[in-house]
Design a protein. Structure first.
Length: 341
């Protein structure tokens, strides 16, 4: 058996399916924990990025309005009938509704998206309601200039230069996804250390292995509290530094504990420490899109809109954040209505 076979065999043995799946985030995390690097970091081959065609939202909207009979060919872009509010940067959360006079156009544009360059089908990068929202504000008396976003990893739209991320969940109080966090290597490493020590504690006390298995790719914020309790059991061992000077495995544990202490700070209060850990993840995600001072708006097809003002200070309410934060298959979810009002 050559080296490659041994690597694949060991990796396969640790995966849930019994074989590695490159589309499974947890399998990639296992690989990184085994070999110390992420597969993406070592790939030097060409990367194919699915780009949208240059067709602007304006062209798409006009074409759709003609198709459904709202306007005739050659007619100018119709305007929404009312003024819709937008408070600008650092505004508070608020509700807005599409007026009944605009619902026909809103409905016609609801699922509209520009075609992807490679397939010609609607781009999955543009979600339900996004083009409708663009039209509603840009072609109205709202006094807001709306431009297309999504350059790099930026927000979906810009309202007068303010980032607005667009979602279309069935409820304004549902958990809304922020996407994956695997690009945040420091936070992934900290979580891997914390859950690793927690698992080691449970191995030493077999009864604690019973029940739900949590790991860095699947956990609720509130479940980080007992993880930090386990961490403190190791951190407070009297002779850990002495063992670390004699045995390699304890040196590794000691170094990892010191790293967590350096990055998180005082861990004596598990709730506060868990809150800081989640806070780090959320700040990094939200700082990219829609950015602090911007908005996430949740849209409903019936015209109901909830704009959530993304205020950095509200992430300091650890109790609320921990109870509304979740990671599922390495994707972050948060109840915006409870955190941002």
């Amino acid at each position: 058996m050559d080296l490659l076979d041994k690597v694949l065999l060991e990796w396969s043995a640790r995966t849930e399916k019994g074989y590695p799946d490159l589309n499974n985030e947890q399998d990639l995390v296992i690989f990184e924990s085994m070999f110390g690097f992420n597969l993406d970091e070592k790939s030097n081959g060409p990367t194919t990025v699915l780009q949208e065609q240059s067709t602007s939202y304006d062209d798409l909207i006009l074409k759709r309005f003609i198709e459904v009979g709202i306007i005739q060919e050659g007619s100018p872009m119709p305007r929404s009938s009312r003024r819709y509010k937008f408070p600008g940067e650092n505004g508070n959360s608020y509700f807005e509704n599409v007026y009944k006079e605009d619902l026909e156009a809103w409905d016609a544009l609801w699922n509209l998206a520009p075609p992807a360059a490679k397939t010609g089908t609607a781009s999955k990068g543009v979600g339900a309601g996004e083009v409708a929202l663009y039209w509603l504000y840009n072609y109205s008396e709202s006094g807001v200039k709306v431009t297309e976003g999504r350059e790099g990893s930026g927000p979906d739209l810009f309202f007068d230069g303010v980032g607005v991320e667009v979602k279309a969940e069935g409820s304004h109080t549902a958990k809304i996804g922020l996407g994956r966090f695997s690009e945040f290597k420091e936070e992934v490493r900290l979580l891997t250390i914390l859950f690793g020590l927690s698992t080691l504690t449970k191995v030493l006390q077999p009864k604690e292995l019973e029940g739900k298995v949590i790991n860095p790719t699947n956990f609720r914020g509130i479940e980080l509290i007992p993880v930090f309790e386990s961490f403190n059991k190791f951190a407070n061992l009297d002779n850990l530094s002495q063992l670390a000077s004699q045995y390699g495995i304890f040196k590794s544990i000691y170094d990892n504990i010191e790293l967590v202490k350096t990055e998180i700070g005082n861990t004596s209060d598990p709730t506060a420490a868990a809150g800081k850990m989640v806070n780090r993840l959320l700040k990094k995600k939200l700082a990219v899109k829609p950015k602090f001072g911007g908005f996430l708006v949740n849209l409903k097809k019936n015209g109901s809109m909830k704009f959530f003002g993304i205020n950095e200070e509200k992430l300091e309410d650890y109790g609320t954040v921990l109870n509304t934060f979740v990671v599922q298959q390495s994707k972050i979810g948060l109840n915006y209505s409870k955190v941002f009002g």
